[in-house]
Write a protein that binds this ligand. Sequence first.
Ligand code: CA
Length: 229
Amino acid sequence: MLLVEDDDAIAEPLVKGLERQGYSVHRESTGLGGVDAFRSSLPVDIILLDLGLPDIDGYEVCRRVRSDSLVPIIILTARGDEIDRVLGLELGADDYMVKPFGFRELIARINAVTRRSQSAGSPTEDVTKLTGGVVIDNRTRRVTVDGEEISLTRKEFDLLALLASDPGATQTRETILEQVWDAHWYGPTKTLDVHIASLRKKLGDPTIIETVRGVGFRLRSSTESDTNS
Ligand code: CA
């Protein structure tokens, strides 16, 4: 586990506590140090990332790590601002915790994020073809539209994969938040709408994902508006 946190008063008890739980923790106190540690041969299965760092900030660390890895990232932030939260998730962080947070809550989040990333790597139905020329490869987690690959964040992919698991069926907002985020997601449900909007934009056809007002979302079923496929 990699902890990137410049504040000793937070980092030191955190490292002690995590080690007591059996985690092996490598701590860095700068953003660049964190990126270097991640790119070194250190085994890093999860990153706990502070946003306010003395050199490059946590967002930039997140962006650099995400450019070549899907390692789970939990952002630790002193800022409670919703904009910060959405931005962090948009950059591909898996979860965030607002300081001060409880240690048990952190362990629960670590377990949830690790579990999700492991199940995401397990083989399921390899390829799902959807209406609108959208093809999802669940094994490589790649999505193409009319043969062109589009770049999705981890959450956007999980969201699309969930909707595609039963095309035409409505997934409630609650189910989506539970399955794609966390059973203990207390954040703003607006985050879901932000991700849906971004996914629609990337798919190039906003009607592929239909809003079921007051309930949730579903994929447009191919029989309604597609003549081919
Ligand atoms: Ca800090």
